[in-house]
Design a protein around this ligand. Structure first.
Ligand SMILES: Nc1nc2c(c(=O)[nH]1)N[C@H]1C(S)=C(S)[C@@H](COP(=O)(O)O)O[C@H]1N2
Ligand SMILES: [Mo]
Length: 509
């Protein structure tokens, strides 16, 4: 006799829910990100071939995490349905598939650099519960259609397990969230820098003409990281260890950092994945301490050319030591952003900020460990995935107004017919912007620049031009203070940052 297909699948799916619920509860008690589903998602992300990761980023952009989540769900559910279908006569084949899923969860947890030994308890508990529930429910499933009593008993058992699984998952979530990041941020309170950021001069941006505002609000600041679930670290528990090729290993608490004379500096962060004309760039006033001071206290040994930083969730980045020791560069260990403690998604309690280097080699959020080592010895997270070990930010510019494809002049335009203001932003961190030129078809105009605030920040530009009616191609190119003018050669973001002139087409009425 065989179980009907639907019933066999129900046995497997309900067992999976029980397994995930209990796994989530145990993980909440020991280490939240050891929850089997989360751990498997992280694991799949890290072992994915670099071509697949790039394809996902290109196709889905910042929704790549959601896509990963859906992908993992589909595969896990697919295996579970298979487990059910294989078990229509005997439970053994389904038990084998379920055990295999359990083994994958254990491997995923064991290979996570951020999970301690205890983390393994979650997938183990999950596997045991999954197998027991599967065996038990399979025994309760009745083969024949007319057995009403058996049907009721099965439905009751199944519903009970589903409710229990939901409850354990909810409790696990609550327990796992016991580190209350918002509470910890509130306790940190206002950060008052001993050396505040320069007061913004008038004319620091041309927002009225459509450039970005000089300071990006914390809410609008671009966000990029590998975290599927945001790390939850309280200021109380946070420690930063600096070790490796140093005279003396040093460790700092949050209070140690906060009690120093804090500095506040505007720095524009940029992501290497930013396409020409893209939005993965933002500017904030960062509050923290010079990273150089901490490194000098530890005493960097000659020969150490890489600072290898690790976040609480196992992300790593390798930064050239000379950039960090350069007093003019202004690398920071930041604990504040635009007057507040760092938001959770931007690295609370502490992160690195290094002017002039793309984020993946310099801007480790939730940073807890810094090892002085060499580039020959260790590679940061993105390096084996096809990105360059050294990645200074390239001089770039972007047109923000008008938008690509816009029709000009719009109704109610304040300028005479045919005259348009083109505005945008340019950046050459650590060097500064010298000149921005805007090309309309093949005529180039020099743009006005906003008042310079700092060479480590972006700079706005605008220009008013006469546009003949019809389709017009508008381009922008910046020249930095070293005399370098952006190349028009188009390059993809990989391996060390996109190049080319941002080009749009508008339709002039
Ligand atoms: N812990 C951690 N820090 C990280 C990353 C990450 O994946 N994990 N991504 C880096 C990358 S690629 C960039 S561009 C910056 C982005 O910082 P933001 O999210 O605050 O804008 O963070 C960097 N720091
Ligand atoms: Mo990035």
């Amino acid at each position: 006799m065989q179980l009907p297909k639907g019933r066999a699948i129900a046995v497997a799916v309900v067992s999976l829910l029980a397994a995930l619920g209990v796994g989530h509860l145990v993980a909440g008690l020991v280490e939240p990100s050891s929850s089997p589903f989360v751990a498997v998602g992280n694991w799949v992300r890290d072992i994915s071939p670099h071509a697949v990761v790039e394809w996902a980023k290109d196709t889905f952009g910042t929704a790549d995490k959601l896509v990963l989540f859906i992908g993992v769900t589909v595969v896990v559910l697919g295996l579970t349905v298979l487990a059910g279908l294989l078990s229509r006569t005997r439970p053994t084949p389904g038990l084998i598939v379920a055990a295999a899923q359990g083994v994958i969860a254990c491997v995923a947890v064991l290979t996570r650099p951020d999970l301690g030994q205890l983390g393994i308890t979650a997938p183990v508990a999950s596997t045991v519960v999954g197998l027991v529930v599967f065996r038990w429910l399979h025994g309760k499933a009745w083969p024949a259609e007319e057995d009403r009593e058996g049907r009721r008993a099965f439905l009751r058992a199944g519903a009970g397990v589903v409710i229990g699984a939901g409850a354990t998952a909810v409790v696990g979530q609550l327990v796992g969230n016991r580190v209350d990041v918002e509470q910890s941020r509130a306790e940190v309170g206002r950060l008052v820098p001993a050396s505040p950021a320069p007061k913004l001069p008038t004319g620091a941006d041309f927002a009225s003409s459509g450039s970005p505002r000089f300071i990006t609000s914390n809410r609008d600041f671009y966000r990029i990281d590998t975290a599927l679930t945001l790390p939850r670290v309280s200021a109380q528990d946070w420690r930063l260890r600096i070790h490796g090729l140093v005279d003396e290993t040093v460790e700092f608490t949050f209070a140690d950092i906060r009690d120093r004379a804090l500095i506040e500096r505007p720095v524009t962060l940029a992501c290497v994945s930013n396409e020409v004309g893209g939005g993965l760039i933002s500017n904030a006033d960062w509050i923290g301490v010079p990273l150089r001071d901490l490194l000098v206290e530890a005493g960097v040994k000659p020969g150490a050319d890489q600072l290898f930083s690790t976040s609480i969730d196992g992300f790593t980045a390798g930064t050239p030591v000379d950039a960090l020791l350069d007093p003019n560069r202004g690398a920071m260990l930041a604990i504040g952003m635009n007057g507040e403690p760092l938001p959770q998604e931007h690295g609370f309690p502490a992160r690195m900020v290094v002017p002039g280097l793309y984020g993946y080699v310099s801007a480790t959020k939730w940073v807890v460990d810094m090892e002085l080592t060499t580039f020959a010895d260790k590679q940061g997270y993105w390096i084996p995935r096809g990105w360059s070990a050294k990645a200074p930010i390239k001089t770039q510019s972007r047109i923000d107004n008008p938008r690509d494809g816009a029709t000009l002049p719009r109704d109610g335009a304040t300028l005479p017919r045919g005259r348009a203001t083109i505005a945008g932003v340019a950046w050459a961190q650590t060097i500064g912007i010298e000149k921005v030129e805007v090309g309309v078809d093949d005529t180039w105009y020099e743009a006005d620049l906003s008042t310079e605030v700092d060479v480590n920040t972006w700079r706005m530009w605008r220009v008013s031009v006469d546009l003949k009616s019809g389709s017009r191609r508008i381009q922008v190119r910046a020249t930095d203070k070293s005399g370098y003018t952006q190349t028009d050669a188009l390059a993809e973001p990989a391996p060390d940052g996109a190049t080319g002139w941002h080009t749009i087409t508008v339709n002039v009425a």
